[in-house]
Design a protein. Structure first.
Length: 254
């Protein structure tokens, strides 16, 4: 098993953070969307964007692993004490114990932990405090990246250096790990994808009228939005209901 004490944990933290995803329509003044849309080509896959907290499990050869939030590492396999932030470790430790280890490098599983008291939208998924998780991405990181200076790692990550799995490979990885993916909402030919703000708002309402990951009958059911991605994940963007409501409401007042 890889000895985590031999690894620069700051480098591991930086190399395994989830990169920023642009909004489908660019954000302008006061958080309002512009009519500038991310260009897609080919088939575009739509998935539900779950409103919880971004978490990750980075697995190394031999089965050593770390669990982290979006910004920091919270727990390593075998630790006696865990950082309790947002209940991430409690939600994912049993999952991490069963994940297959890579032969080389680091395999990073990105999951949304939601429900409970996680964020302002928690009651949209459960009115009883239930907590769950969904896998939304998996990436592989070469071991030599962990030897780079932190500034180089950060730039590499934000410029797409992490090797994310394709749609088909992600589905296979989820099955192999026994994990549920965020809901798939269908496919759209990029040529038919709405380019206007109003039209995209209409597509959101059509494809996701209510969340598909509610945990009980007391859930409010309001969804956060949709993630759009190509099959090879070379292009990815997010579209959130609140951004479109805010923009269209402001436009109606003019």
């Amino acid at each position: 098993m890889t000895d985590l004490r031999s690894i620069d944990l700051d480098a591991l933290n930086s190399a395994t953070k989830y990169p920023s995803i642009p909004t489908y329509h660019a954000l302008g003044e006061k958080g309002r969307l512009t009519e500038d849309a991310v260009p897609f080509s080919g088939t575009v896959h739509l998935t539900e964007k779950v409103d919880g907290t971004n978490a990750r499990i980075a697995v190394l050869p031999g089965g050593a692993y770390v669990i982290g939030s979006r910004e920091e590492l919270l727990y390593a396999r075998g630790d006696v004490i865990a950082n309790p932030a947002l209940g991430i470790v409690d939600a994912l430790r049993a999952v991490a114990d069963t994940l297959p280890a890579p032969d080389t490098g680091v395999r990073v599983h990105y999951l949304e932990v939601y429900g409970g008291r996680i964020g302002g939208a928690s009651r949209q998924y459960s009115g009883t405090g239930a907590v769950s998780h969904r896998l939304f991405d998996v990436a592989d990181v070469d071991a030599d990246v962990l030897t780079w200076p932190r500034v180089r790692i950060s730039a590499w990550r934000e410029e797409g250096g992490q090797r994310f799995l394709s749609e088909d490979a992600l589905a296979a990885a989820a099955r192999g790990a026994g994990l549920d993916l965020v809901p798939r909402l269908g496919e759209v030919d990029a040529a038919l994808l709405p380019t206007g703000v109003q039209e995209m708002s209409d597509l959101l309402a059509e494809r996701l009228p209510a969340t598909r990951v509610g945990l009980d009958d007391t859930a409010g059911g309001a969804p956060e939005g949709i993630v759009l991605r190509t099959a090879d994940r070379s292009t990815i963007a997010k579209a959130r209901f609140q951004d479109y409501r805010r923009t269209l409401k402001a436009a109606a007042r003019r």
